[in-house]
Each structure stands twice: as structure tokens, then as C-alpha cells.
Ligand binder design. Structure first.
Ligand code: ADP
Ligand code: ASP
Ligand code: MG
Length: 810
């Protein structure tokens, strides 16, 4: 004999009802079918009754919806003449009773728990008679006659002995198909209607299966089985093939809603397997829960959580070594019907934390303060401290037993993602590690753990890319081109979860389609601002995330600090942060180090050339940078290389701007500001404390040209052409060339226009190329030379990409 339970969604729509009929009629054994109320009806009954009790006549609308749902269901699933008329009479009778009860509470403005229990019972009573008519040859049984409860601590608890006996008596002879309403019961002494708690139909089915020694208990629901995590939170969760009773119990108790927690015990006791199946996809294998489950694969089987957590902490030296303190805590709580789901006590014994549901928190504090009133008064124990708004997560698996490193991996993963563990507990059975985090970190915690324990074949890096102009746009194209290959060959899933430009910002956890990002941003983006970026990026609280700044904006650079503090790595093409005040730069680096995240800005100097990384490698291996000489302005080099008799200064500047070699405002390049920033960054990375103001500058354009607007500048600049041409001619005649050189020596920085002859390594620097000469203790007689493209969107984007890859660390 089999017991099949169908949940609310399984009987919630016409199609699912017809699936239920098909599934049950295909069983070639006797079967007892337990059904829930039509999906959503229990909630509707509760809400409507509350409205009626408040005297809100909107309740009538709710009632009408309840009536219509059932009447429509009867008309659509039961063909005329096939018992439909008798069923309609029964359904209408029940609905009329319900209507009278609602009217009663509406008039007297009172809703007792007893009336409430009566009202919700109509959900299962109605659904079960519909299903009983739908399935050929089915016989309906009223579970109120044999599921019996008794009142303890103000709660209705199953009387399992009496219930077991009554179930056996009722099903002394089992028909081919029996249909039973789940969830509902009656009090064994008063006979009043009670129930087994929300989600209790699973329990009804388990009680019946155990009492009758069924071969199997099948729970038919709306997912492909018991999943590795709640699929509503973790989109990559997948069905678990096998679970042991212990594992299932641990997961259910901690919020895996798919099975109501008390369900496991009765069948476990009788060693009856539970099969979780999907009514909407009966072909899927589902999950089998039994005594001995397969433990060969992953270290943990599943993750579950509850966000309704309050941690009550009792501290005081008066507890240390005193026998009976814990006994008193649990006795006081038990006597008041308060359930404790997590306990954490260090061996020093001077503090004990217990996890309870938020609704129990104030009573728990009250009874504990009362129990320990004397000790509190004497100052031996502090009054109870309650911390609410928390969430508890549990990782579960019998495989954890004797497997070292699981807790290390768990807490390491959480730490790297900036998640603070407030309390934790692991019993010596080693099948469950539970920990408490701030409620706001729950989703992120579940994601990082799921990712690290279940999806380790792919490492995920979540990117926010700010600035989708030449560099950012090129970066996104490069990522798009590499995404599949990185996944297949390197096991890295690079997911762009946010993009933004100055006007629009788009965020999506699932990842943005990079084939079409500009259009997506335009169409689906929200108005962008640095505040929006700040709030969204931090608010999404997404794991393994990197903020990539491809702008030149000061406002965006100002966000790094908060991002790093929230364990979000930062990759900046933007030079502002690394070249701003030394203290700010140092603080960003310090926060990154403390948080275990990265702050990288290789492209700040020499675009994609490995300059900063090289300096870091030299220093980390004990070398000392003595001197840096560099041509690091692609723009200025371009300008000096382009100058000729046919092309005067003003035109080369315009051309540099038009071809994207200069900043949109070329004065930033011409004023030496850009070179100074780069020099400051190199010097700092080389270990020198230096500010932009400390750099001596010898410019080739008089200061007056930098005053006024950009338009003024464009108007005035041709005035320099003639003089420059004269100087250039002289230079050419002497066989020399101009290079704008940044120099660091003895910790002092200068930028100046220098004339170099053909023997100088800077002489042959083509186009917008950069060159960096590093004189170090080791590279002394012959300095190290790094040379190549120093500007351009695609090489800069490639440098940013390389920084991102170094964070992935694959
Ligand atoms: P039913 O109405 O069939 O009793 P429930 O809504 O009570 O269904 O339970 C099924 C739901 O439980 C799924 O739709 C899913 O959203 C949720 N759920 C939470 N955690 C898990 C998990 N670990 N595995 C499967 N489902 C889960
Ligand atoms: N209908 C009840 C509820 O919604 C019982 C169940 O579905 O298991 O809680
Ligand atoms: Mg359920």
C-alpha cells in the first residue's frame, strides 16, 4: 500500500488536478491520497477571516473569490453527470457554512483560535471531496475522525498513540483509492476542530503511512525533489538524489519548506521511505529519503535557513562552573512552550546564546530574567540581551562526519565575502553546522556557500562595470568574447551583474547579456548616479564581486572605500583614487588588505603594460627602486611625434583628441596633470610617500593657456604654433627629439620636456607608445625597460581584464 500526498499547487489548477488524477490512477497498488487545500486557499481563508473580524466588509470579496475558485474547479475538472451535481451540492453546503461563519465573526468582531481552526479546515474539506469525485472509484474519509490532538503548552499536539489506533481501525479494509483531507484534526477530548500546523498535510500523510505500515510515502509537490537549497533563493540549486532521514530532518527543521518537519519522524520510525516527486514533471526522478542514503559524492547534502531568528545571550561570571545553569535555562523556556533551535556556549561557560523565533523572544527574555532574578540582582549575571533581525543557516550532510576542513571551508568562504558570523553551533554528531548571521546577509551567505560546496567546478566572479565608453565598452566586448572559453577551459563563470554609464544603470543577479548590453542598458536601465551605484552595488550584497571603474569620475572613485569595506574588490582604470591624497590611497590599500579583497589599478600607468605589477614583484622579492624614468603620456608622445613642418602644435593636439589619444579635455594631458598622477602612482607603488603637489613640473605651454574655458583654450592655442615650429626646426637640426619625461630619483618627482638624442632609449619611441626605465638595486647598470602601447581602448581594456583575472586567481 502506498500513501500519496498532493500539496496545494498540485491541486491548485485544472491541469495539475488532472495530473493528480493520472498519477493516482496509474498506481498499481492500493493507495491513500492525502490532499492539501487548493493552492493559496489556506492563506485566503486566514486573511479573509481577519478582515471580517476587523469589520472590514472587503471580506466579502475574499469570500467570493474562495467560492468561485471551488465552483469553477468543480465545473472544469468534473464532467457533467459524473457525480458533478452531488459534488456541487456538497461543495455549496460547505461554502454556505463558511459564509455563515464569516458573517458571524464580521458581526461580533471576534475571531477566536477555535473559530480560526474551523475556518481553515474548510480548505482541505473542500479540496478533498473534489479530488475524491475526480478519481475513479475513490472513497472519501474524514481525517477529523481519526487524526486526534491534545492540548499541551497551549498548542495542539498529535496524540500519536490514539491516532495510530484510530487510523488502523478506520483503514481496517483499504479501498483501491482512499482520499483524505490533510492538515485537519480534532481535539481528542472536546472534539473541536484543530490542525497540525501550516504545511501539516505532509504530516497527516506520514502519520497514516506509519500507522498502516505503507510501502512508501510519496510527497508530490511543485519542484523536482528536495533541492540542495531553497530554489527561490538559489537559482542554481538542484535536486538531491538521496537523503537519509537524519539529513532530511536537519534540512526541514531549518526551513526547507518542501517537507513539513514533523513528517519525517513517524515514517523514519517504521523505516518507510519517502519519495519527493513533482506533479508537474512526473518523469523527474525526485528524491528518496531513507535510512541509509548515498554519501559518496559531496561533503554536504544541502543548505537551509530560517530568517526568523532572535539570539538571546546570557552572560556573567556568575555562570562559570556553576552546575545547573543550563538546566534552569531550558526548564524555564520549556515550561513556557518556547522552542530553542540553536545553542552556543563556549567552554569558558561565561556566556550562553540561544536561538529562538522572533515571536518567542520577549517571552523568553522575560522568563529567563525572572528565573535568574536573584543572580541578576547580585550582579552575577547580566540581564538577557536579545538581538533580533537575524537569520540562521545550516549546512547538512552525514558525510561531514570525520571529514576535516568543512568548517574551515565554510567560515573561510563567509569571511572572504565579508559575512560576519554572530554565533555558531555544531553538535558532535557532525551532521549539521549552524550559524547565525545578520538577516541582511542571508541571501549572500546562502549563495556563497552553495557556490563553494556545490558548484565548485565553476568559480563565479560577479562584475559591476561602471563606464561603458571606449574602455568599458571594449572591456565588455572582450569579456563577451572570452566568457564561454573561460567557463569551459578555466572553470570561471565571469558574470556581469551590473553596468552603468552617466545616465543609466542596470543591475541583474542573473547576469547581463553582453551581446546586447548597450540596448539593454538603454531600455531597462534605471537613472544612474554615484549614489544609485553605491546603494545598488552594496544593496545587492552579491558574493565574489568586483567593481570595475572605467570612468574618469571623481564621484565614482569616492565610492571605492565603501565597496572595499563591503568586501567588493575594486579594479580601476580611473587614476583618481590611487593618485589622490597619500592617506586616502594608503587607506584604500589597507582596507583591501584587511578585508581580503583586491584594489588593483594596473592600467593607471602604461595602459595594459605590466608596470605596477612588475614594480610590486620587484619590491616583494626584496629589490629597491632607485630611479624611475618614464614617458607615460601616450597623448604627449603622440603629439611630439606628430609635430612636423606641415602639422603645427595646435593641430596635433586636435588630432590627438579626435583620435581618442587624449582625455576629452586635452588640457589634463598638456598641463602635465595626467603624467604627474602616473608618476605619483608609480612612486607610491615603489614605496615612496609622495603627493601630486610634491612633483616639480616644467611645462611647455604657459600657465595662462590653462585659464578660462575649454573653448578659450582651443581659440588661443594656435598662438603658440609659430614659436613651437621654430623650436622644432632647431631641435630637428640638432638630431634630437622632444619627450615629456616623468622622473623619480631619491624620492623626488619631476615632469619636464626633455630633448633626447638618438642614443637615448627614449629617442625611438613611436606613436603613443610608453616607456618605463626602472633602475633598481638589482637592475642597476642596465635598467629594466618596459615598452609598448601606452594608450588606446583595447589595450587598456585588456589590462583591466587582466586585473579582473588576477582576482579570479585561477
Ligand atoms: P506543497 O504545497 O506541495 O506542500 P510547499 O510550498 O509546501 O509545497 O513546498 C514546496 C516548496 O518548497 C517549493 O516550491 C520550494 O519553493 C520550497 N523549498 C524551500 N526549500 C526547498 C528545498 N531545499 N528543496 C525543494 N524545495 C524547497
Ligand atoms: N493547507 C495547509 C497550509 O497551507 C496545509 C498544507 O498545505 O500542507 O498550510
Ligand atoms: Mg507543504
Amino acid at each position: 500500500m502506498k500513501v500519496l500526498k498532493f500539496g496545494g499547487t498540485s491541486v491548485g489548477s485544472v491541469n495539475s488536478m488532472l495530473s493528480v488524477k493520472k498519477i493516482v490512477e496509474a498506481v498499481d497498488d492500493k493507495v491513500i491520497v492525502v490532499v492539501s487545500a487548493l493552492g493559496g486557499i489556506t492563506d485566503k481563508l486566514i486573511n479573509t477571516s481577519k478582515m471580517a473580524a476587523e469589520g472590514n466588509d472587503e471580506y466579502e470579496k475574499g469570500l467570493k473569490e474562495i467560492v468561485n475558485r471551488h465552483i469553477e474547479m468543480v465545473y472544469t475538472v468534473i464532467p457533467a453527470g459524473r457525480g458533478r451535481e452531488i459534488l456541487l451540492d456538497l461543495v455549496n453546503e460547505l461554502l454556505n457554512e463558511l459564509k455563515d461563519i464569516f458573517q458571524g465573526i464580521y458581526l461580533i468582531h471576534d475571531l477566536s483560535p477555535k473559530t480560526s481552526a474551523t475556518i481553515v479546515s474548510y480548505g482541505e474539506r473542500l479540496s478533498s471531496i473534489i479530488v475524491a469525485t475526480l478519481i475513479n472509484g475513490a472513497v472519501w474519509y474524514d481525517s477529523r475522525n481519526f487524526i486526534k490532538t491534545e492540548k499541551k503548552h497551549n498548542k495542539h499536539i498529535l496524540d500519536s498513540e490514539l491516532t495510530g489506533r484510530l487510523v488502523r481501525e478506520t483503514f481496517d479494509e483499504i479501498p483501491e483509492v482512499a482520499v483524505v483531507p490533510g492538515f485537519i484534526s480534532t481535539d481528542k477530548t472536546t472534539g473541536e476542530v484543530t490542525n497540525l500546523g501550516r504545511g501539516g498535510s505532509d504530516y497527516t500523510a506520514s502519520i497514516i503511512a506509519a500507522a498502516l505500515d505503507a510501502d512508501i510515502l510519496e510527497i508530490w509537490t511543485d519542484v523536482d525533489g528536495f533541492m540542495t537549497a531553497d530554489p527561490r533563493v538559489i537559482s542554481s540549486a538542484y535536486p538531491i538524489k538521496e537523503l537519509s532521514y537524519v539529513e532530511a530532518m536537519e534540512l526541514c527543521n531549518f526551513g526547507a519548506k518542501v517537507v513539513y518537519p514533523p513528517t519525517i519522524y513517524p515514517v523514519c520510525h517504521k523505516n518507510i521511505p519517502i519519495l519527493i516527486k513533482n506533479t508537474f514533471n512526473p518523469e523527474a526522478a525526485g528524491t528518496i529519503i531513507k535510512q541509509e542514503a548515498d554519501h559518496s559524492s559531496k561533503a554536504i547534502k544541502g543548505i537551509s535557513s530560517i530568517n526568523d531568528t532572535c539570539l538571546i545571550t546570557m552572560t556573567g561570571l556568575g555562570m562559570v562552573g556553576v552546575i545547573g545553569v543550563n538546566y534552569r535555562i531550558f526548564k524555564a523556556l520549556a515550561e513556557n512552550g518556547i522552542s530553542v533551535f540553536l545553542v552556543s556556549q563556549a567552554s569558558s561557560e561565561n556566556s550562553t546564546s540561544i536561538g529562538v523565533r522572533n515571536e518567542d523572544a520577549s517571552l523568553a527574555c522575560e522568563v529567563l530574567n525572572e528565573e535568574f532574578a536573584k543572580e541578576i540582582e547580585m550582579g552575577e549575571i547580566s540581564p538577557m540581551k536579545a538581538e533580533s533581525g537575524l537569520a540562521t543557516v545550516a549546512i547538512v550532510g552525514e558525510n561531514m562526519k570525520h571529514t576535516p576542513g568543512i568548517a574551515g571551508k565554510l567560515f573561510g568562504t563567509l569571511g572572504r565575502n565579508g559575512i560576519n558570523v554572530i554565533a555558531c553551533a555544531q553538535g558532535a554528531s557532525e551532521t549539521n553546522i549552524s550559524f547565525v548571521v545578520d538577516g541582511g546577509s542571508l541571501r549572500k551567505s546562502l549563495n556563497v556557500i552553495h557556490d563553494s560546496f556545490f558548484l565548485s567546478e565553476y568559480q563565479v566572479l560577479n562584475l559591476f562595470v561602471c563606464g561603458v565608453g571606449t574602455v568599458g565598452g571594449s572591456l565588455l566586448e572582450q569579456i563577451h568574447g572570452q566568457q564561454e572559453k573561460l567557463k569551459q577551459e578555466r572553470g570561471l563563470n565571469l558574470k556581469v551583474v551590473g553596468i552603468a554609464n552617466g545616465h543609466k544603470a542596470l543591475f541583474t543577479r542573473a547576469g547581463i547579456d553582453l551581446g546586447n548590453f548597450r540596448q539593454e542598458l538603454e531600455e531597462k536601465g534605471i537613472p544612474s548616479s554615484s549614489q544609485v551605484l553605491h546603494d545598488e552595488v552594496i544593496g545587492m550584497n552579491i558574493f565574489n564581486s568586483v567593481f570595475v571603474d572605467c570612468t574618469a569620475s571623481e564621484d565614482i572613485a569616492a565610492l571605492y572605500k565603501d565597496f572595499l569595506k563591503h568586501n567588493i574588490s575594486v579594479v580601476a582604470a580611473n587614476k583618481i583614487a590611487a593618485s589622490s591624497s597619500y592617506d586616502d590611497y594608503a587607506e584604500l590599500k589597507r582596507i583591501a588588505r584587511q578585508r581580503g579583497v583586491k584594489f588593483l589599478f594596473e592600467t593607471n600607468v602604461g595602459a595594459g603594460l605590466p608596470v605596477i605589477n612588475t614594480i610590486n614583484d620587484l619590491i616583494n622579492s626584496g629589490d629597491k627602486i632607485l630611479k624611475i624614468e618614464a614617458v607615460v603620456s601616450g597623448t604627449l608622445n603622440y603629439i611630439f611625434n606628430a609635430l612636423s613642418a606641415d602639422m603645427p602644435l595646435s593641430e596635433t593636439i586636435r588630432k590627438a583628441r579626435d583620435e581618442g589619444y587624449s582625455e576629452p579635455d586635452p588640457r589634463i594631458d598638456l598641463s602635465g596633470k595626467d603624467v604627474i598622477r602616473k608618476l605619483v602612482i608609480l612612486a607610491r607603488e615603489a614605496g615612496y610617500r609622495i603627493e601630486q603637489e610634491d612633483v616639480e613640473k616644467h611645462l611647455f605651454i604657459p600657465d595662462s593657456f590653462f585659464e578660462g574655458s575649454l573653448d578659450d583654450f582651443w581659440r588661443n592655442i594656435p598662438r603658440l604654433d609659430a614659436e613651437f615650429e621654430a623650436r622644432r626646426k632647431k631641435l630637428e637640426a640638432g638630431g634630437k627629439r622632444w619627450r615629456f619625461v616623468a622622473r623619480l630619483e631619491d624620492g623626488k618627482g619631476t615632469v619636464s620636456l626633455q630633448e633626447v638624442d638618438s642614443r637615448h632609449p627614449f629617442y625611438n619611441l613611436e606613436g603613443s607608445n610608453n616607456i618605463i626605465l626602472l633602475t633598481t638595486e638589482r637592475y642597476n647598470e642596465y635598467p629594466m625597460l618596459i615598452q609598448g602601447y601606452g594608450a588606446g581602448a583595447s589595450v587598456t581594456a585588456a589590462g583591466v581584464f587582466a586585473d579582473i583575472m588576477s582576482i579570479a586567481n585561477i
